[in-house]
Design a protein around this ligand. Structure first.
Ligand code: GUN
Ligand code: ZN
Length: 449
């Protein structure tokens, strides 16, 4: 396809749904739904979105239409916490966090010193994300710069918007996974120079967690954060009780775990903190003041036995929340499965996660958590056309259950409770179909044919 063809408008038609705010807070006006909707896409961006009839009538008759009716078309899912080198750690038996890291994760991540291994697994990783309808992720790579190069090269090839970084780790890990404060700093600088804002790629400074960095390295991470204010910071906080006890021993001067990151200047509105399960009210209030984001990773929290994330207390403290998979502690790449497990974690605490709230969370909500709502997460004009097409009747059990569904809300709740990769009929990146039937869907209808 020539550049000129790419700029010509085309239309995606289907049941369009997107959010512009959290429906729990903003009510009806947060949700935009068109039973027969059309997305007008130009140069990969949404130009207009709304009722198909008038939109189609306003376009030239030869405008191609990719017709997905009766499926739902939503903004592509966003996963704000995932580990690229853990695709073969997922489903490792019988350990909680610290043992799980030593026994499985740190063994596996050493394989990422090999660029060929990185490249092969990057291809798998992106195939798998897109198969699940996830078009943006915030990823930890391994300590090796090669893993970051392979990750971003694959993302650039696919034109996906990704946020990622090399983990900084210089203690409490095998030698093959340790850098030094100086080397970690220097390698991160080179990677930022090479990848940050190259096309759609964004860099995240990534001190793995307090236990695996010396004070000198956390200081270097703080310097990187000061020198690159437009980079995200990704790390882990307060996931597991044994972890918190070790942090207390390693940083005896700190008031608590959060205080360690605060001390080194690592907390701000671009900071994404995986887990945040066992926080005190003091910590929540510090994090709320900093504008940092707690990323709730339910399948991981259940699988590694870390604990139950308290959504209500986190929100009431004024903190921002993201919802992520945490592969390979997490057990599914699917943001639908992730939403299902989030619902169950909240049920155990007599809290709720309504379907609209969950779909907001995995699209617009996570875009806001990344501060990228101007680029992705909705179909407002000017956003990238990263989209997922969902079929709520993709399995016999779902088709059977859907026979009794009467409302969009019921359909969404069935999708999140029973759904998985099987419900993803197609995925679009910048207006191009990257997943679904091999052929880009032949125009089934032509405007005003
Ligand atoms: N804490 C530090 N590293 C990790 C990791 O790889 N996974 C999880 N779940 N927690 C961590
Ligand atoms: Zn993690």
């Amino acid at each position: 396809m020539s550049r000129e063809d790419f700029r010509l408008p085309k239309v995606l038609r289907g049941r369009l749904l997107w959010f512009t705010a959290d429906p729990i807070e903003a009510g009806e006006r947060a949700q935009h739904y068109f039973e027969d909707g059309a997305l007008v896409v130009e140069g990969g961006y949404v130009r207009r979105a709304g009722e198909a009839g008038p939109l189609l009538a306003s376009l030239r008759p030869e405008t191609p239409v990719e017709d997905h009716r009766p499926h739902l078309i939503m903004p592509g899912f966003i996963d704000p916490h995932i580990h690229f080198p853990q695709t073969q750690v997922i489903a490792s038996f019988g350990a909680q966090l610290l043992e799980w890291l030593q026994k499985y994760t740190f063994v596996e991540e050493q394989r990422y010193s090999d660029p060929a291994h990185c490249a092969r697994n990057a291809r798998f990783f992106f195939d798998e994300l897109l198969r699940n309808g996830t078009t943006t992720a915030v990823a930890f790579c391994s300590v090796h710069p090669e893993s970051v190069d392979a990750f971003f090269a694959e993302s650039a090839r696919r034109n996906t918007l990704m946020v990622a970084g090399k983990v900084l780790m210089d203690r409490n890990a095998p030698e093959g996974l340790r850098d030094t404060p100086e080397r970690g700093y220097a390698e991160t600088k080179v990677l930022i120079e090479k990848w940050h804002k190259r096309g759609r790629q964004l860099y995240a400074i990534a001190p793995r967690f307090a236990i695996s960095s010396t004070e000198a390295q956390l200081e270097a991470a703080g310097a990187l954060a000061r020198e690159h204010k437009d980079c995200h910071i990704e790390t882990h906080l307060s996931e597991n009780e044994a972890e918190i006890a070790v942090v207390r021993q390693l940083f005896p001067w700190s008031r608590d775990y959060t205080d360690v990151y605060a001390h080194y200047g690592l907390l701000g509105p671009k900071t994404l903190l995986g887990h945040c399960i066992h926080l005190s009210s003091r910590e929540r209030s510090v994090l709320a003041d900093a504008g940092s984001v707690a990323v709730f990773c339910p399948t991981s929290n259940l699988f590694i036995g870390s604990g139950l994330f308290d959504w209500r207390a986190t929100r009431e403290a004024g903190m921002r929340i993201g919802l992520g998979t945490d592969i390979g502690g997490g057990t599914s790449y699917s943001m639908l499965r992730t939403a299902a497990e989030a619902y169950k974690v909240l049920q155990l605490q007599r809290q709720n996660l309504a379907a609209a709230q969950a779909f907001h969370a995995i699209t617009r909500g996570n875009a806001e958590a990344l501060g990228l709502e101007g680029l992705i997460g909705s179909f407002e004009p000017g956003r990238a056309c990263d989209a997922v097409v969902l079929d709520a009747t993709a399995t016999p059990a779902m088709r059977h259950r859907m026979e009794t569904a009467r409302t969009l809300n019921e359909e969404l709740f069935i999708l999140m409770t029973m759904g998985s990769d099987r419900n993803v009929a197609a995925t679009y990146v910048m207006g191009e179909k990257v997943q679904g039937s091999r052929e880009p869907s032949a125009p089934k209808a032509v405007v005003r044919a």
